[in-house]
Design a protein around this ligand. Structure first.
Ligand SMILES: Cc1ncc(C[n+]2csc(CCOP(=O)(O)OP(=O)(O)O)c2C)c(N)n1
Length: 813
């Protein structure tokens, strides 16, 4: 490739006013970063193959395009990408080489490994958006990366929201206020996405591409195309084996909105710089989505350390990859453009090798030094114990294993000490007491490295939100439940300029149950918004908005459709605080409705599905709309995500209209005793409360007194352990819901019987009453024979009493 120095300098730099010397320095600096990144990949693989690290996945073969992308990435911008992006992270200054190795070694210290603190495998990038107290930093003053996840394509839904936030910040004048300055500078931020060519086969990719085209947001997606998804070539992945060709229908025309689509070769440094400069300028100024299809990329070391690509790539392909290696091509171009000679480039390469070697060593030493002192202390205490023990020979044998250990895993230490303490279980000595005390405290601290930040630990944590009582006038009017929510949301929208509701049918008609009726007309279509039918990206949209400081309420029309979004809820939202060790948060509120309708896909109460996959998101199950509103208000006063399952049969049920909508806050994790009683404790939630109430009435007619408890919130569950207090009185307990057998009732039972030690107070076996295993059948009879009704509850409780006192309660059937 030949080009003049002048045209080269114009092409490479966003700033065409720079001198030739500055241009040359920029090119050589890029070359240095590319070489360092390649060395990091090569050395990283060695570390895995020699057993120092467990697994490695690297960005070799993708370096040059990422240098070009980094040039147009500005403060305030966000990345949502995947495991190949190390060069971009180095080039933008978001990752040091030492941090790269710290992650490879899983160093559990957020200072050494700021992205995940040793919690995610290598190649999972993130920047810390929060300060030590969990408060937002000024995101406009730094470059940002949302936290990567492993499932391919999973970065796409969040990317949509990151881009959509710019649109809102630019177009909503109410957001042009001091309190939002740290999140956006007039909506000028671009959200950069990266994805492998094979991962574009995922539905999430297409759903996101379509949604961003509809919304016209500043989203720049780069497809790194190396022709394979692990071993499977493009012909099995992509129609026509060409993602930009098949996305051509999305391209913008004179008449219609759409995408700007660019293609470039992954080894063509000046060409890449040119397309990124051009594409991002349009994306940023016009708020138009842009697709960069970067072709002819390579993978010099194969997919990951788990296999070798010689198994599935032909000799010809391997030879081509060698010839078209992007760094080799960049070097050829530098020489042909007379920017530097061989000697200069050799010098840069040699220096890169040295720099990376040193950074690796520093990362390794830092990791080991942090544990070494703990080993030394433990060995001292074990020696002291051996001196005072009859088991010295055996103790020393176990300790010898510790002495031999060179890779200093805390796990090894924990195993050894546990075994030693078992040996001396019949002895007592001062040394033993000291060792036990040290061990307990050390084990607690070590566990904390991995068992913290599941939920917010900031002052705004949902559990710290102060409750506010609901207020009623002397003659509060009775209204439909949906009006209670509508009044609440109206008050919230008025008070919170950063709040927005969006989902299917949410905007123009105000929701399928009219809980937002009239509010779009009142607050505008940038506050109360219709979306396409696309549950996964509705959630992604919410995550991205929340990451950029807005307060989104994303609606999933019915709980039965949550599974479309479940992967993103589980893999992205629920573990965000955890996987960044408190470095990021996305306080997204999800609104949905469930229970008590009829039919296989319109009646679900798959609570165990949620409980098993959404730890990290509060799961709230109000029994009426006043409670639901109280939960929305609490969540929106906190910095945590939560889902509110409104009871579907409650929208037309009459409730009193509160005087303080948008203000009252219901505490989470606090059950409510609905009826007091002495014989049996009944624990339930949501729509089942009403059915249980009916059964309680019928049971009272047979002389059985029930204490009915509405748990109100499943995650967290009864944080004050109040249910066991009821059990102490009744000594009998029944758990009821309409999930599958062994579903959420089993979860509640575990919480009360095991965690709250309820087993101590039982006079009879604990009972669960649930729906059947099959999905609920349609029609009133189908419903009756599929889900628990008042008769089922009556029977279960009565039989329990019969077992306890057959004389007083003779069997009925
Ligand atoms: C949902 C999901 N399915 C499968 C995998 C396993 N997996 C990891 S990477 C990968 C190939 C991805 O190929 P591509 O998108 O082309 O990216 P490349 O690694 O080539 O850069 C697969 C199948 C995964 N991580 N997530």
């Amino acid at each position: 490739m030949h080009m003049s120095k002048e045209s080269a300098s114009r092409t490479i730099s966003e700033d065409s006013t720079i001198s030739y010397e500055e241009f040359r320095a920029e090119v050589l600096n890029d070359y240095r970063i590319a070489c360092e990144s390649r060395q990091a990949s090569l050395l990283g693989r060695k570390e895995v193959l020699t057993g120092k690290a467990k697994f490695g996945i690297f960005g070799d073969g993708k370096e040059v395009a990422q240098l070009a992308m980094a040039k147009v990435f500005r403060d305030g911008d966000f990345r949502s990408g995947y495991y190949r992006d190390q060069t971009f992270m180095f080039a933008t200054g978001l990752l040091t080489i030492q941090e790269f190795f710290a992650q490879l070694y899983a160093h559990p210290d957020p200072v050494a490994e700021p992205a995940t603190a040793g919690r995610a495998m290598n190649g999972h990038y993130a920047t810390r958006l929060l300060d030590e107290q969990g408060r937002w930093k000024d995101l406009t003053a730094m470059k940002n990366s949302s936290a990567d996840i492993s499932p391919t394509g999973g970065q796409m839904p969040r990317l949509l929201g990151l881009a959509y936030a710019s649109r809102l910040y630019r177009n909503n004048p109410e957001l042009n206020k001091e309190q939002f300055r740290k999140f956006s500078s007039g909506g000028n931020e671009v959200a950069f996405g990266t994805i492998g060519d094979a991962s574009t086969s995922e539905g999430l990719f297409f759903e996101t591409i379509n949604a961003a085209g509809v919304l016209q947001v500043p989203m720049a997606v780069s497809v790194w195309d190396d022709g394979y998804g692990i071993s499977v070539p493009a012909k099995y992945q992509t129609t026509k084996q060409n993602i930009s060709e098949i996305l051509a229908g999305f391209e913008r025309t004179e008449e219609k909105d759409g995408y700007f689509i660019f293609t470039a070769k992954g080894w063509d440094y000046p060409g890449l710089c040119e397309v990124y400069e051009k594409g991002i300028a349009k994306c940023r100024s016009l708020h138009v989505p842009v697709l960069f299809h970067i072709q002819e990329m390579t993978q010099p070391q194969g997919h990951s350390t788990s296999g070798s690509h010689e198994r599935y790539k032909s000799k010809e392909r391997l030879a081509w990859e060698d010839e078209y290696d992007c760094i080799r091509k960049m070097r050829e171009w530098i020489i042909s453009a007379s920017i530097a000679d061989d000697a200069k480039l050799d010098e840069i390469e040699a220096a890169a090798k040295k720099t990376v070697g040193e950074a690796r060593k520093n990362a390794w030493d830092a990791m080991n030094n942090s544990i070494r002192s703990e080993f030394t202390k433990a060995k001292e205490l074990v020696d002291a114990l051996a001196m005072q023990s009859g088991q010295a020979v055996f103790i020393n044998k176990i300790k010898a294993a510790l002495d031999k250990s060179t890779d200093f895993e805390r796990r090894d230490l924990a195993v050894c000490i546990s075994k030693i303490l078992r040996l001396v279980r019949y002895e007592s000595s001062e040394a033993k007491t000291i060792l036990i005390s040290w061990f307990k405290s050390w084990r607690g601290q070590s566990a904390w490295l991995y068992d913290s930040n599941q939920y917010s630990e900031s002052d705004e944590a949902a559990l710290k939100v102060k409750p506010v009582a609901v207020e009623y006038g002397d003659e509060a009017s009775l209204v439909d439940g949906r009006e209670v929510l509508q009044a609440n949301h109206d008050a919230l929208l008025k008070r919170m300029p950063d709040l927005l509701f969006f989902g299917e049918d949410v905007g123009s008609i105000g929701g399928v149950n009219q809980t937002l009726a009239g509010l779009q007309a009142k607050y505008g279509d940038h506050r109360v918004i219709d979306t396409g039918i696309r549950e996964a990206t509705i959630i992604g949209q919410g995550i991205g908005l929340a990451l950029r400081g807005l307060r989104p309420v994303a609606e999933i029309q019915y709980l039965d459709y949550l599974p479309y979004a479940l992967q993103i809820l589980s893999d992205d939202l629920a573990c965000l605080q955890y996987r960044t060790r408190g470095g990021q948060k996305a306080p997204l509120v999800i609104s949905t409705r469930g229970h008590r309708l009829e039919g296989i896909w319109h009646s679900g109460s798959p609570m165990a599905m949620m409980l098993g996959s959404m730890r990290g998101i509060h799961v709230l199950v109000p029994r009426n709309m006043t409670q639901a509103a109280g939960f929305y208000n609490t969540l929106l006063a906190s910095d945590e995500p939560g889902i509110v399952v409104e009871p579907l049969n409650g929208y037309r049920t009459k409730e009193k209209l509160p005087l303080n909508p948008g203000e009252y806050r219901l505490p989470i994790g606090i059950p409510e005793i609905m009826t007091t009683g002495d014989d049996v404790t009944i624990v339930t939630y949501g729509a089942c409360c009403r059915i249980a109430q009916e059964a309680v009435q019928q049971l009272s007619e047979t002389g059985i007194s029930c204490e009915l408890i509405d748990v109100r919130s499943l995650l967290p569950f009864d944080i004050g352990h109040s249910i066991v207090e009821s059990l102490k009185k009744t000594n009998k307990i029944v758990f009821i819901d309409e999930d599958v057998p062994g579903g959420a009732t089993a979860y509640m039972m575990q919480q009360v019987i095991e965690l709250q030690e309820g087993f101590r107070y039982l006079d009879a076996k604990p009972v669960t009453v649930t729906a059947k295993e099959h999905r609920p059948a349609y029609g009133s009879d189908g419903d009756y024979f599929s889900k628990p009704g008042a008769e089922d509850i009556f029977e279960a409780v009565y039989n329990l009493m019969h077992g306890y006192d057959p004389q007083e309660f003779p069997s009925i059937i």
